[in-house]
Design a protein around this ligand. Structure first.
Ligand code: NDP
Length: 283
């Protein structure tokens, strides 16, 4: 029988009223699968208490924590440093204890990139990305740092789209521009990677993107961030057009894989995490 210390290593998440159960289930599944004496604790934290929560995690020797909306930006002032992409994005969803310091990272885009790389290397590719919210920002920065040649941000509101295109163009090696999404969008034939980083399709697997589906061509890699349901209308249309598709579940699973690697230094089995997620989503 394995002799265990009573002291478990602690990680967790600071959230506010958000559905973080899938993440808890996924990370705990990885700990169980690898027989790690670690716990992932989800804490409800009000914005005004975030500094105390981070100090508490530090005092209790937590190995790190995730944070979700509304804490992703405000947590930065309570940390000791930032990873490269988190600094460009100005948002952190994963803090990691390194040499007694909490360093902020962002795994949203890194999880996406890890999934994407299973089918294509983005280096030199032309990207079309729908959306300009937090997910798009994280994905755009990671794609650019991974060598994507250009990123066309297609977003409904220019007030969010323009700053993201400007950030990518000025702070990363990629070129970026904005297309305001005010009519049916036709994907240019030279695009290699197409990403839905909007919330269209969340909770409704039949909700379409306003695009000319015929402009999706074989050879394009088409990705969606939506996790629930993972088989979105966008991905079904793309598959029918002969594209290679990448779903949002892989992005979420890989965020877990990357977080545990940051905290515990081990490579966890993604399949145990994916199974836990599928169970939570009931499909
Ligand atoms: P935000 O609210 O920050 O951004 C939402 C984006 O969707 C905006 O660009 C918004 O455009 C656009 N949008 C929403 N509805 C429409 C519509 N009807 N027509 C056109 N554009 C629309 O959300 P996040 O970026 O934080 O999250 C986006 C999605 O990504 C969510 O569904 C979330 O669940 C998912 N996600 C998945 C992850 C994963 O691991 N798979 C990780 C993180 C997020 P506008 O600016 O014009 O309002």
């Amino acid at each position: 029988m394995v002799q265990r210390s009573f002291r478990a290593e602690l990680v967790g998440s600071f959230s506010q009223g958000s559905a973080t159960n899938p993440t808890v289930a996924m990370i705990e599944a990885a700990f169980a699968h690898h027989d790690l004496n670690w716990r992932y604790i989800n804490c409800e934290v009000q914005p005004q208490d975030l500094g105390d929560a981070v100090r508490g995690a530090r005092a209790m020797g937590w190995r790190g924590f995730n944070c979700s909306i509304p804490h992703k930006v405000s947590v930065i002032e309570h940390l000791d440093g930032l990873g490269e992409s988190a600094a460009i994005m100005g948002a952190v969803n994963c803090a990691v204890a390194r040499d007694g310091k909490f360093i902020g990272e962002n795994t949203d885009g890194k999880g996406f990139l890890k999934s994407l790389r299973e089918v294509v290397d983005p280096a030199g590719k032309q990207v079309v990305m729908f959306g300009a919210g937090g997910a798009a920002r994280a994905i755009g920065v990671e794609l650019a740092l991974a060598g994507a040649r250009s990123i066309t941000v297609v977003n409904r509101s220019p007030s969010r789209g323009a700053p993201l295109a400007e950030l990518l163009d000025s702070r990363t090696p990629a070129t970026a521009s904005l297309v305001t999404w005010d009519r049916t969008y036709a994907v240019p034939p030279e695009a290699g990677i197409i990403v839905n980083a909007t919330s269209i399709g969340l909770g409704n697997g039949n909700q379409p993107l306003d695009i000319d589906v015929a402009s999706l061509r074989p050879g394009m890699v088409v990705c969606d961030v939506i996790v629930d349901p993972p088989d979105t209308r966008f991905l079904r249309d793309a598959r029918a057009q002969g594209c290679t598709v990448v779903d949002g579940l892989g992005m979420l699973v890989n965020q877990g894989v990357i977080s545990v690697k940051y905290w515990a230094g081990i490579d966890v089995d993604p399949e145990s995490m994916r199974k836990a997620l599928v169970q939570v989503f009931g499909r």
